[in-house]
Design a protein around this ligand. Structure first.
Ligand code: GLA
Length: 481
């Protein structure tokens, strides 16, 4: 019987087995095939990240999380200098930054995981690439075709030490798929893990970074998603990092080693840190990669959408060119999200400049869903080449209180000022904001334009009111009349 580690199960059993040593902070505590311990240290909770992996994460509900050090912004150069006062592994860890030949804008693409899990093969991947063309996604700017976990055999090649693509899934190897994806005009991404094994139990790259980066470069890989499962105990973060800077934490160093290995290949890689919001990654992610996951895995649910927005709005300072908080892969086309919820899902990933990696069998999308994910005005905001910062919450009218997640956001693109209004309520509601309260506007008359339909809604003075359907998002461009 497969063992799914449920947090509740872990709590209960943890109580019964109080004398058993707890797993380490960030250590594995459950998942399919896991036979180790399932209790976490005090203040840490065994959290299901996916069926294969549960991990001890800080219990944010108890207020015991470590205070975040001062935020850092995106680097202006691609390398940073080492601090001489550091000791141990932090003193000698590589400090080279990610390539800035790629990754300026949040990635637009497709990833196999939410659609197929481990059930992947060359045909499915190439179908997605061909559908990028036939469905108009290529013309809309979608660029990356990415394979997730489960592409290799479970053991490395005994003589070369290389990871081996599973020939039953990829009969032409990974280089064969990459070549075909490139020939169709797209970039190609792959997946590995900053531990000894991936979340589904395939070879990880910790300790093999140079060999694996060289192999991926040779195969023509353009993008690496680097996961965080199966981290050996000696690599876990014990309390505060050296010097109080999480860039010098063991977690960050596991990722820094891969950044350096990719740099050595001479091939620019887009580097996606799948670190689930651990180790204050928003403070150092841009020194190591181009984007970083802010949470555990997404689900096709309204509660996931609101919770990841709530998390992300606390870390908007870390978002800019080459520096993106990753709200996880898209669920449009999966589960039972309403069309309004799918619009909010897309709009929020757009205005918070998250990578947008479609995560469904693209042939199942209907025309309404395709219209959402190819909307030219929203994609133009997301891919704006002159303004990299996201929209941020604002107070719509004097004295209004801000719910969680906030409902009103204002942002700037090269065109001007945009306002996004989410209705988190379970009924349609009229939403009003005063122009004077929108950063960048002021009092006066403005033409309000609907980004979803591409149509002007009229000229308004002082304030604008609109009915927003339950869980829908209004997306507006506002220009002086
Ligand atoms: C983790 C990641 C997911 C996916 C799976 C694959 O859970 O967060 O996005 O890559 O591993 O096993």
């Amino acid at each position: 019987m497969a063992v799914y580690a449920l947090p509740l199960f872990a709590y209960v059993l943890g109580g019964l087995l109080a004398s058993v040593a707890a797993q380490s902070e960030y250590g594995q505590c459950g998942g399919i095939g896991w036979t180790g311990g399932i209790t976490c240290p005090t203040g840490w909770v065994c959290t299901d990240l996916n069926p294969y992996y549960s991990q001890c994460l800080q219990d944010t509900s108890s207020g015991t999380t470590t205070a975040a050090p001062t935020s850092t912004s995106a680097p202006s150069s691609t390398s940073t200098s080492a601090t001489s006062t550091l000791t141990g592994i932090a003193a000698s860890a590589p400090t080279i930054g990610p390539s800035h030949d790629v990754g300026k804008l949040p990635a637009l693409g497709w990833n196999s995981w939410n659609a197929y899990g481990c059930n992947i093969n060359e045909t499915k991947v190439l179908n997605a690439a061909n559908q990028f063309i036939s469905l108009g996604l290529a013309d809309a700017g979608y660029e990356y075709i990415n394979i997730d976990d489960c592409w290799p055999l479970t053991t490395r090649d005994a003589s070369t030490g290389r990871i081996v693509p599973d020939p039953s899934k990829f009969p032409n190897g990974i280089s064969g798929v990459a070549e075909k994806v490139h020939a169709l005009g797209f970039k190609f991404g792959i997946y590995s893990d900053a531990g000894t094994a991936t979340c589904a139990g395939f070879p990880g790259s910790l300790g093999n970074e140079e060999l694996d980066a060289a192999t991926f470069a040779e195969w023509g890989v353009d993008y690496l998603k680097y996961d965080n499962c199966n981290v050996p105990g000696n690599w876990s973060d014990a309390g505060n990092p050296p010097g109080g800077d999480w860039y010098n934490s063991n977690s960050a160093i596991r990722y820094r080693q891969m950044t350096a290995a990719m740099n050595e290949t001479g091939r620019p890689f887009h580097f996606s840190l799948c670190i689930w919001g651990n180790a204050n990654v928003w403070d150092w992610g841009a020194r190591v990669g181009h984007s970083w996951r802010m949470s555990g895995d997404s689900s096709a649910s309204w509660s996931y959408i609101t919770s990841i927005i709530t998390t992300n709005v606390q870390h908007l300072d870390s978002i800019d060119f080459y520096s993106h908080n990753d709200m996880d892969m898209m669920e449009i086309g999966n589960g039972a999200l309403t069309i309004q919820e799918q619009r909010t899902h897309f709009a929020a990933w757009v205005f918070l400049k998250s990578p947008i990696l479609l995560g469904t069998d693209l042939s199942l999308l209907n025309s309404t869903q395709l219209d959402i994910i190819t909307n030219p005005e929203l994609l133009a905001f997301h891919q704006d080449a002159t303004i990299g910062t996201p929209a941020a919450p604002f107070t719509p009218t004097a004295g209004a209180t801000t719910p969680s997640p906030p409902e009103f956001y204002a942002g700037t693109s090269s065109k001007g000022t945009h306002v996004f209004v989410i209705n988190t309520n379970s009924t349609a509601l009229t939403k009003t904001f005063d122009f004077a309260n929108v950063p960048g506007l002021g009092s006066g008359s403005f033409v309000v334009h609907d980004m979803w339909t591409g149509k002007d809604l009229g000229t308004f003075t002082t304030s604008y009111s609109t009915t927003v359907d339950t869980h829908d998002t209004a997306a507006l461009f506002i220009k002086p009349a």
